[in-house]
Design a protein. Structure first.
Length: 382
């Protein structure tokens, strides 16, 4: 559409106008992933600190997590099933809502924001919160051509933004090495322990089950659950009294249940499905386990130690190394080594490692909500 020079100048000026102190947090949905939980927490905490904050969602539907959001925090629903269809709704939202800063919770969304900014000459402070070890994410995704294009767009979007939040030291190193990002642009901010302060009287009365191990998370290929089941089967040859509870859902569930049958683990492995609250599971478990191929920052490990339950995890890229203090709050195992993982399960089951609950909880102090939110506030107001 043609505009005369004066109209064009007014249009560009209107797109660049901002409302001081207004912050928009931008997510895909409000399901129960780590990014979604952190975005909800940050909205509530920023609002309590007198920021004008709102939550932009590509595809919003009410969930138990959305009910935790302060009712005074506006939700802006772009109402699109896919990010690729949200270009013009996002443009309209930026123009109408006029935030000073946009905190983006996924690199795919960061690409969208980058394209809108560049095409329409929009000036905003954009902070991108990275949610994964990106080089491993692209290596383990299917379509080679699509991954190449997306990785290049990701690099452009990250270099264009004001700051990047990495959730672990390994994630920060990956951004520098694989995407040529200036390390001065990256702030490492650990995810908070969202379970701290959430224990009820009933939870306190939960007793540890002697040989109970716990997995909490999505049932997808990234989580490497076939490694966990095979390691568990090996450990059962030595101690037949072990039990594994799997909490979560995902596309790998049918294959995992088939593998459980093939390994003869039907009585020793339970699938609990998705649970809105996992605190009671953590409290009764001997240890929480994780065998991911790669991570960004595994929140489940922090949630577990904040409740005094030790963890056993592969030393995958990246995150577990930032969380686990060897034989203080858990055991870090060589990546993809199921023999060593089985040995770790047995050491914990047999009490060969004597974990002290108070030390485990103390190790979670650096992941407090206050510490995390303070760092975000400093970043947003710099």
């Amino acid at each position: 559409m043609y505009r005369d020079p004066i109209s064009e100048a007014k249009y560009i000026q209107s797109m660049s106008e901002v409302e001081s102190n207004k912050i928009a947090l931008f997510v895909y949905n409000l399901e129960h992933g780590g990014a979604e939980k952190v975005s909800t927490l940050l909205c509530n905490e920023l609002f309590s600190r007198n920021f004008e904050v709102e939550l932009w969602v590509i595809n919003y539907r009410e969930t138990s997590l959305s009910k935790e959001l302060n009712k005074q925090v506006p939700i802006v629903n772009l109402n699109k099933k896919h990010t690729r269809n949200a270009f013009f709704p996002l443009l309209k939202t930026i123009w109408k809502r006029k935030p000073e800063s946009i905190l983006v919770f996924h690199t795919e969304l960061a690409i969208l924001v980058f394209l809108v900014k560049k095409i329409f000459f929009i000036k905003r402070k954009v902070i991108v919160r990275n949610i994964n070890t990106l080089s491993h994410f692209f290596q383990n995704s299917g379509n080679v051509l699509r991954n190449f294009i997306t990785s290049k767009l990701t690099e452009l979007a990250l270099k264009d933004c004001h700051k990047i939040v990495a959730q672990s030291k390994g994630m920060c190193e990956d951004l520098v090495k694989s995407f040529n990002i200036d390390s001065n642009k990256i702030e490492t901010i650990f995810n908070p322990a969202l379970t701290i302060g959430s224990i009820t009287k009933d939870n306190h009365e939960q007793k540890k089950l002697e040989n109970e191990f716990l997995y909490v998370g999505r049932l997808n290929a990234q989580k490497g659950l076939t490694y966990l089941l095979r390691a568990f089967a090996i450990a059962l040859r030595t101690n037949s009294n072990l039990h594994l509870t799997i909490v979560g859902e995902g596309e790998e569930e049918p294959q995992l249940k088939t593998l459980v049958k093939e390994l003869g683990l039907t009585l020793q492995v339970s699938f609990e499905g998705f649970q809105t609250s996992t605190i009671s599971y953590y409290l009764r478990a001997k240890a929480t386990v994780l065998t991911s191929l790669f991570e960004g920052f595994p929140n489940v490990l922090v949630e577990s130690i904040s409740l005094g339950t030790p963890v056993i995890a592969f030393d995958c890229p990246s995150g577990p190394k930032d969380i686990i203090v060897q034989e203080v709050n858990g055991i870090l195992v060589e990546h993809k080594n199921i023999i060593e993982f089985a040995k770790a399960l047995l050491r914990v089951a047999n009490n060969d490692v004597m974990f002290k609950k108070s030390n485990i909880i103390d190790s979670a102090s650096k992941f407090s909500v206050e510490s995390t939110v303070t760092k975000y506030v400093k970043l947003l107001t710099a």
